[in-house]
Design a protein around this ligand. Sequence first.
Ligand code: ATP
Length: 831
Amino acid sequence: MAFRATPGRTPPGPGPGVPSASFSSPQPAMAAPGGIEEEDEEEPAEIHLCVLWSSGYLGIAYYDTSDSTIHFMPDAPDHESLKLLQRVLDEINPQSVVTSAKQDEAMTQFLGKLASQEHREPKRPEIILLPSVDFGPEISKQRLLSGNYSFISESMTATEKILFLSSIIPFDCVLTVRALGGLLKFLSRRRVGVELEDYSVGVPILGFKKFVLTHLVSIDQDTYSVLQIFKSESHPSVYKVASGLKEGLSLFGILNRCRCRWGQKLLRLWFTRPTRELRELNSRLDVIEFFLMPQNLDMAQMMHRLLSHIKNVPLILKRMKLSHTKVSDWQVLYKTVYSALGLRDACRSLPQSIQLFRDITQEFSDDLHHIASLIGKVVDFEESLAENRFTVLPNIDPEIDAKKRRLMGLPSFLTEVAQKELENLDSCIPSCSVIYIPLIGFLLSIPRLSFMVEASDFEIEGLDFMFLSEDKLHYRSARTKELDALLGDLHCEIRDQEMLLMHQLQCQVLARAPVLTRVLDLASRLDVLLALASAARDYGYSRPHYSPCIQGVRIKNGRHPLMELCARTFVPNSTDCGGDQGRVKVITGPNSSGKSIYLKQVGLITFMALVGSFVPAEEAEIGVIDAIFTRIHSCESISLGLSTFMIDLNQVAKAVNNATEHSLVLIDEFGKGTNSVDGLALLTAVLRHWLALGPSCPHIFVATNFLSLVQLQLLPQGPLVQYLTMETCEDGNDLVFFYQLCHGVASASHASYTAAQAGLPDPLIARGKEVSDSIRSGKPVKPMHELVRRTQMENCQALVDKFLKLDLEDPSLDLDIFISQEVLPAATTIL
Ligand SMILES: Nc1ncnc2c1ncn2[C@@H]1O[C@H](COP(=O)(O)OP(=O)(O)OP(=O)(O)O)[C@@H](O)[C@H]1O
């Protein structure tokens, strides 16, 4: 409580306005002891999506609470089955889906199905129907134009505002505008994120961002899981129970070396949106290639360090908008802006032919300098931390300075006043002090004496008793009242004035929100590309090349990015599909010879190339690929509530119904889940269906243990099919795996070898081999004579021994019991 003198301040470091070459130490003013510039735990993001579908077109807009931004997709064609909408839902997992109560039949059915998906992961969205008037084109447009957006300066005229918004929102896309209008209506009605605020506070909208889902490569959730692109595991730490999951061994896990949270978010987004947009892919690869040059390593490391200071700006802006700014927010924002300026200066010295460097140089504008110098000149970080509230540096406001000086001089002045007061008090009172308590004012504090027991004992003539605390009695005297009148409530006044300054500073920052949002966009892009470059350097990846004129993919000495980290030596394999190399690759080989790993490696390298990453291969040339389908076993049957075979069939059905001549289809051991004849027949039927498409057949890699597929020549011969196998060599009883792919067909499954490796007892393996040899050569399977005979003999011997031990003269002997309990059970095992 009480008054506290303001301690002397250490002068801040070089102001942020100082043009930097000094970005190697970007936090001069914030190295305050006990600094609290840790980033806030991100609040769980909520996404609210609004969608309209009409005449084969889709309009989508959603609000993301994590960045307080509205994202929209300009009107895009979507088929009645609403696949595009499904893709958006899978990707963003919205909390709620808002649409018009007056909807097309297809949309109604789609939403009905969505609402009934009990097993939808991670959550089932709430479906909200609003009256169709809320989606009227004109009303929606007006709602958009009249919105109160913090990124629009108050000084803008109405016409300027319309012009500005027209440059961001595509007003010619009617469905998008209607979806945006409906979304705004929903947000204000539900008061998303401002439920507890005053009604005058609107939902913060920090920007509008366009997203497009055209040119995307379609990859379903099963594929992400079986290729281990993402793999979440429960977090082992008990402290993380609430936050749930951590990334296990996955492609995302090994490539994610991002330094800022938004970089990680962007990398995840790129992973969920592999693309065919070659310009975009090449621009990503250019940056990675640049940072991989040995002479640029230092620059890469320095930039990576700076990126770790780029923090959650949208969250801070949102808090500013709601006037909930914390002390740490100023510190974090200052550091972020300062680091952004460091990045800009670094990019200025880099080749401007690379788009990202050019963008950072141009778009990290002087507004950043302005923000940094404003914060640096105004905010007293050290004092703010000590007081846990916003305080300003000296020389910002003379009035505040004067009040603070008075406040500082108070202790000695109050000691003098206390001395005078003591002279007027009863001589039995040994001491007294004058204290100042914010909001209450000045008080006389006297120690409680032994005779002061009852409340009535506290009364002292000429003083007003206020309260008792910690054995001290507090009074208001004529002098303390004078002090109140003279000095006022200094503390509160300073506080109020500083709050006003903070508000002005907030407005200045909010008016420059677009540049901060842009910093985040470009910095996270840089972060992702530096992360990919760092992984490429460590793991020896190379740049893929995109050739829209070739069919399929060509990979020279490709590797499985995860397996190569676990295996002592990994054997690379090449891939060539499409063109004269055929479109269907049937891969046979003994168990554990590396078929599945090869299949996954083809999928992963292709995926990485379509994300714009370097790939684990000596060379890779990627043709047009529009989708990757897989049928590879995973352990998902429990959570899906489907049988393993049903999951297999679902996945294959998806591929059969959707794969085009540009799709990659990876099938591993399809048909295993049912009896082998039916399974083989199904696999054959599926492959023949695709082969019948001729040049429109997808690029298929199928690994199978059904050797009969080849032996019985179930597939039509021709240039479309190629048979490949994994090279092995028998060495006595041993089977040596080379993990090398070559042309040909496996002669046997060598299942017995694998069984022995797995630790099955020898007699069992021998018997298994005997039976399979008999079946293969068409001979009848013999019963297990030897084994049966030996146990029969042992049982007979045991029975004879019992008879020999029988004492027929024993009076207690009951032959009936002997026969029923000893002889009969033994006899059944013998006969
Ligand atoms: N290219 C490779 N280089 C080194 N080791 C490999 C390679 N490919 C596979 N392996 C090793 O072989 C093991 C088995 O591989 P994989 O699962 O691909 O065999 P498979 O032929 O699909 O077996 P199954 O038919 O039983 O499913 C892997 O776990 C790995 O240890």
